[in-house]
Design a protein around this ligand. Structure first.
Ligand code: PLP
Length: 400
């Protein structure tokens, strides 16, 4: 069986987890900071903060930019529901942006139109679909002009690079970038997420929000940094000029979105292999490009940017109506041949929850058309050249 995606674990990964179980802290220990330092070094950001999932990362990122409850946040129609749900979590209204048919990412000119037609857009969450970075230069310029904050959803894009050369996660175009560490993503913690930023203020807020809004004995955090302003601080925090050992302060309404040391040990070990993961994925997608060339009724997507992309997934477009077969039928026939496929994504605007809020998928024609033709075929580190050829052979058979 060849699944559409699969994580890769080696003995080192297993040993790293076992070491923590034998010797370490299970949570709130040193592995978390260690991971955060490694990630910010790798992507080139000042700060990184590890949390319990990519969805938690999106939620905290939306909280950290202080959006007004009645404000609007733009995101892509072609994404996992979490990119839009985080906007609802903070009481704001999602505004969906249609995609560019070539990149499958939000279209900068569509984003510009949204900004022109609506003055109360506070933020944008561009999604680097399939690991291909959005046109961040254009999105950044438009956002700056309109006072719009930027949170990159880079769940697919760990290890990807911008056209300008910097790594996704460096936040050279954004306020924050979030990553997911789910097993189908580039590197995994089982469940987990990371937020990167270059803003110390945002970083401090995120730290508080990750752990109940509580800070303990840290004089760099807001509140405790100004002794004398706060009665509670004066009465409770200090005896004889020393900080009382039990004292902590809840300064905002936070969550328990912490990640464990067990998970961070696994990601730290995975991170050592990121270069070879990226290299192999690049080889696989280029082999598909070559082998699929010229086959009727099937076309590749995002083909011109393989060297920038982290190549998280490989999507082909198939003209199902022309070949007279439904997508479900093709997927079942491939599965009978031992090949797993998937569809990324059902446009978020098609989901009943968003329908009920009044969104209509026909308002996003590029996403609709793309969705009607999309099929994700297998890409993962251990997929061999022979298996790539087998997938292509089976595709040819079921399409003819
Ligand atoms: C996976 C994913 C998420 C959510 O990440 P989790 O770690 O599963 O919570 C958000 N956005 C996109 C685009 C994703 O692919």
């Amino acid at each position: 069986m060849i699944p559409y995606g699969k994580h890769y674990l080696d003995e080192e990964d297993i040993q790293a987890v076992v070491d923590v179980l034998r010797n370490g802290w299970l949570t709130q220990g040193p592995k978390i900071k260690e991971l955060e330092v490694e990630v910010s070094n790798y992507v080139g950001s000042k700060y990184a903060i590890a949390v319990s999932s990519g969805t938690a990362a999106l939620h905290l990122a939306c909280l950290a930019i202080d959006v007004a409850v009645d404000s609007k946040i733009v995101t892509s129609t072609n994404t996992f529901v979490a990119s839009a749900n985080c906007i609802r979590y903070v009481g704001a209204t999602p505004v969906f942006c249609d995609i560019n048919p070539d990149t499958l990412n939000i279209d900068a000119s569509c984003f510009e139109e949204l900004l022109q037609s609506s003055s109360d857009i506070d933020a944008v969450i561009p999604v680097h679909f399939g690991g291909l970075p959005c046109d961040m230069d254009a999105i950044n310029k438009l956002s700056q002009k309109n006072g719009v904050k930027i949170i990159e959803d880079a769940s697919h894009a760990f290890g990807a690079t911008y056209e300008s050369g910097g790594r996704v996660g460096s936040c050279q175009y954004s306020d924050m970038t979030i990553f997911s560490l789910h097993p189908v993503k580039g590197i995994t913690a089982g469940e987990g997420g990371i937020i990167t930023t270059n803003s110390e203020e945002i970083y401090n807020r995120l730290q508080l929000l990750r752990s109940h809004g509580i800070c303990k004995g840290n004089f760099d955090l807001p509140g405790l940094s100004e002794p004398g302003d706060d009665l509670v601080y004066q009465n409770e925090a200090i005896d004889d000029g020393l900080l009382n050992p039990w004292y902590y302060e809840m300064q905002s309404l936070g969550f328990n979105y912490r990640i464990t040391d067990i998970q961070c040990a696994l990601v730290l070990s995975q991170l050592k292999k990121i270069d070879k993961f990226i290299k192999r994925r690049r080889e696989i997608v280029k082999l598909y490009d070559e082998k699929l060339e010229g086959i009727e009724n099937i076309s590749c997507t995002q083909k011109n940017s393989r060297d920038q992309s982290s190549n998280h997934i490989y999507v082909v477009r198939i003209n199902f109506s022309k070949i007279g077969k439904k997508r479900g039928q093709i997927m079942r026939q491939l599965l009978e041949k031992g090949i797993g496929t998937q569809v990324h994504y059902i446009p978020v605007t098609k989901q009943p929850y968003y329908n009920n809020l009044g969104y209509k998928s026909q308002d996003y024609p590029n996403s609709e058309e793309y969705y009607s033709e999309a099929l994700t075929i297998p890409v993962y580190y251990e997929l061999s050249d022979k298996q790539v050829e087998l997938v292509v052979q089976c595709l040819k058979e079921v399409l003819s």
